[in-house]
Design a protein around this ligand. Sequence first.
Ligand code: ZN
Ligand code: ZN
Length: 144
Amino acid sequence: MPYKSLEDRRQNARKQNARARAEYGCSWSTLWRRKHPGRDAEYKRRDFQKHKAERQETNKLRLRVLRLLVISFYGGECECCGEREVRFLSFDHKDNSGAEHRRNKMTYWSYHKWLLAERRSNMRLLCYNCNCSRGFFGKCPHED
Ligand SMILES: [Zn+2]
Ligand SMILES: [Zn+2]
């Protein structure tokens, strides 16, 4: 049905809504949802898919920010050699409790939240070189 104006259209919608309420005791949108079970969920799902890439991008950003926060919280540099490049830095379990941590199945996110909750005395920042050297040789060549 063509409408003469926007106001006309609005008025018509109001009338239809009033009729629906009088007849079925609910609005048109509720009626529509009842008439098409599952369609609402379908639309939501489509929306969810549509914004997937966007959401992933946001999540990635959130992770990066959290990691930067945690790294600066722990001094922002390798405790052994002073490396400051964040991409080289990692967290070292001073008491070798890393295996226990992995058993707890912490996610990347919850792990960093845990690190940020308080300054963990058994954790320290090391660059990958110094961290791995400790794993391989028991100590870092820097200490020689
Ligand atoms: Zn280092
Ligand atoms: Zn070192």
